[in-house]
Design a protein around this ligand. Sequence first.
Ligand code: HDE
Length: 689
Amino acid sequence: MARRTTTSQDRTGEGGELHQAPTRGQVMTTAQGTPMGDDQNSLRAGDRGPTLLEDFAMREKIFHFDHERIPERVVHARGYGAHGYLECLDPVTDLTRAAPFQRKGKRTEAFVRFSTVAGNLGSFDLARDVRGFAVKLYTDEGNWDIVGNNIPVFFIQDAMKFPDLVHAVKEEQDRGWPQAQSAHDTFWDFISLMPESTHMTLWQMSDRAIPRSFRFMEGFGVHTFRFVNADGDATFVKFHWKPRQGLQSVVWNEAVKINGADPDFHRRDLYAAIEAGDFPQWDLGVQVFDEAFAEEFEFDVLDATKIIPEEQVPVRVIARLTLDRVATNVFAETEQVAFCTQNVVPGVDFSDDPLLQGRNFSYLDTQLKRLGSPNFTQIPINAPRCPVAHFQRDGHMQMSPQEGRANYEPNSLGAAERGPRADVEHGYTSVPREEGGQVRRVRSETFADHYSQARQFWISQTEVEQRHIVAAYGFELGKCEEPAIRTRMLGNLRNVHEDLAQGVADELGMPLPEANPAAIEPRTDLPESAALSILRNGPDSFAGRKLGVLVTAGSDGALVKALEEAFTRAGALVEYVAPAAGPIKLKGGRKLTPDHAVVGAPSVLFDAVAVVPSADGAEALAGRKTACDFVDDAFAHQKFLGWSADAEALLDAAGVTPDDGCPELTADSVAGFLEQCAALRHWERPVRD
Ligand code: HDE
């Protein structure tokens, strides 16, 4: 192969192959398409002389690099996306004319972006935070975005307060911290002064805010929307995404450690599952109700701080979402995807929820800031998959050679050139409805009950979940420096439930203050709702989860094989952790290359663990803190922990006395261990703080 550049390569005397024209693939060019002769050296006057302005290739390369960043999202900056499709299971043509639901089996292309809210782009995945669950559906009649969260209620009732909420939760402006944390004064100062936020904070302090992975969490459209059928009949609708994997979260002490061990835990999990062909799926369910229900319901269906319990309006599953392809390029797709709540399609309409109405302005506006041009809809990830025809013209980065003479309507210039016209019969029309009343800045009286559903959430939790909620408030409020903020929050919590308030007060070592005045006497008659608990809706098998197996040279090869076969057959992932990353030989002769060295793979990265070293290996590991922590943490995090008789020295060193959640493993007991692991954790094990 002839060299395209000789002098510079000869002079650098290294990387010769880099200077040859590629034997495969394309010739490197500038952005203008000019083939590059040298990508190593800038153009110089003399070997040691100045670089010349004439060097268009270097200037172009650095110019582009200088402009690589775009503003990150002001909220939900850290996210991870994947492609997939929505498949219609139950065509609800009686309810909506929305294209995805007109025929059983109909597939609609989808892109989903999961996110945390408060942290910056470079923050860590397992912050205690709400998760975004934004779905873009490329329907035959335009893009429909359901921009939801993994929690069905929100902190505030009116969009007017959103900037305040976000300022309060982000890093404090005078010091620049904390990153990706609500555990600080400004957040709880704001929240404690906003009784309407109380319900949401119960969800946020629950394990919903520390999900095991994106695959194990629910999604909610939050607001009430409208479905409209072909006859123009409208009903109210709320959207739910129910993970077919079940619900699962981690415990707080684990989350804290995962953030250090693998800040990309959630994105890695989604990527790995999809790449392994274990495609995550969610059922799309709807709660449908009419004006009469809305009238008689205890709360206002336009108030985003309230749910409609599933016991009152059941969730009807109409479609299934499958994510089967990771992004090709994270910037081009996940970063540039532009979700807008205003993106609806014929068959879907808004309600008057004041939060939703504000969002309909904000999302479009923010895309202009982030993507820099009103033509952001032409970026491939945002482009509709159906034909687009309008008279919007020009603007930065216009990609479309919009043809013809007339760029206005009405026009009469030549039949072929007249361009598109609105379709009165089939095009989008808003639901006709009566609106009226005085123009005022006002909060409806029907939004005034801030505590009753918070209490309903609390009483619907299992004891384990209640304990976690109390501990989370304790942690967060304990980080507040101002005692008055803690006191005010305790006053709010007294309106929710005495046990909750007392538990948090005990965590904080503070006396219970008087309950804060409530605008409306909180109700105590709302019944428990099983749908609100994670533990009552967990997975029923170990499929999709990860077993960490601690091995050493000389580990029992037959036992290792039995574990691997049983867990893999059950759809789980098995990863090996060893004293070092290099290959080891097991008893029986198998050569095994571990996935991790123990120093880089604490047990927090696994859902359950098997500790099966050789007796010598166990002795050696007993002297290593990382190995003892592996065992101790798995036990403390109430994980199922299988162990072989040879592991005893390590278990002793870690201070672990096996209980019912720690079966001794033999090739025969592996099946029982797998069955046990189907439960999320061995919650009966006493917790050590
Ligand atoms: Fe958002 N929100 N939000 N939000 N939100 C944004 O839009 C906003 C709200 C949600 O993965 C921003 O493109 C206002 C509720 C998700 O790209 C911004 C209000 C819910 C995402 C914005 C809310 C959400 C965003 C920032 C109060 C759950 C990430 C960047 C009225 C139902 C989407 C962007 C993605 C992102 C505004 C409240 C969910 C600034 C004004 C309620 C999942 O436009």
